[in-house]
Design a protein around this ligand. Sequence first.
Ligand SMILES: Nc1ncnc2c1ncn2[C@@H]1O[C@H](COP(=O)(O)OP(=O)(O)OP(=O)(O)O)[C@@H](O)[C@H]1O
Length: 256
Amino acid sequence: MIARGKSPAELGDTLLYLDNVTVSFDGFRALNALSLVLEHGEMRAVIGPNGAGKTTMMDVITGKTRPDEGEVMFDRTVDLTRLDEPAIAALGIGRKFQKPTVFEPHSVWDNFLLALAGDRRPRFTLWARETAEERDRIEELLVLTRLQEVRHHRAGDLSHGQKQWLEIGMLLAQDPQLLLVDEPVAGMTDAETAQTAELLRAINRTHSVVVVEHDMDFVRALGVKVTVLHEGSVLSEGSIDHVSADPRVVEVYLGR
Ligand SMILES: Nc1ncnc2c1ncn2[C@@H]1O[C@H](COP(=O)(O)OP(=O)(O)OP(=O)(O)O)[C@@H](O)[C@H]1O
């Protein structure tokens, strides 16, 4: 079955689609016939009340959870339900979890270097000099994440917001086609939240992104299409103004 009745030709620009995906835990449907289509180059914001299925959706895309039913296709031809987590990561789907997990004893620079090496374990890489190409790439990442001033600081000494930007930059170092970002602004100040929206918009110039978030000011600042999940299905989809005005969204989410 093809997502939302689209023919394969119409899926030409589709990077990811979930069609009729159901995930049950002991009979409880965390995802219930969920369908979602993401275009190449798109950034999508996913919102919804606690328990709506947002994390489960990310788990299905990354291969952590297998759907009971439905299709999950990447780049039109790759059936993600047949692959395990490392294979999906190797395809170019990178995930940033809510809590930052940087190498705290190492500098910001070395964290980027380790990420570029594609190896998340500190190892001999740090004893070897980086190549000129790696240096250029790290400089770019420092500018993008606004961490130039703290390049030599221990990652463990960064603010919460800076740690999140570092980890997003580390994910980018591996140049994924699609970035999945889970609640990036939880615990951030308003200024950090605004900067994170700018960072994701900059990243979206060259990468596709799915971002799950509860912070509506942040979602508004992203300025992208929003999908509202509720009880494992899409309740509403469209611009932030469209979904905010949808009485069903107000009832189950915004009006709480
Ligand atoms: N491994 C599991 N075993 C049993 N139930 C689960 C499991 N994972 C998720 N659930 C249930 O599935 C439902 C959807 O959970 P999920 O974490 O996907 O929601 P969410 O939208 O991410 O919520 P939140 O905003 O709180 O993170 C919840 O009711 C949750 O309790």
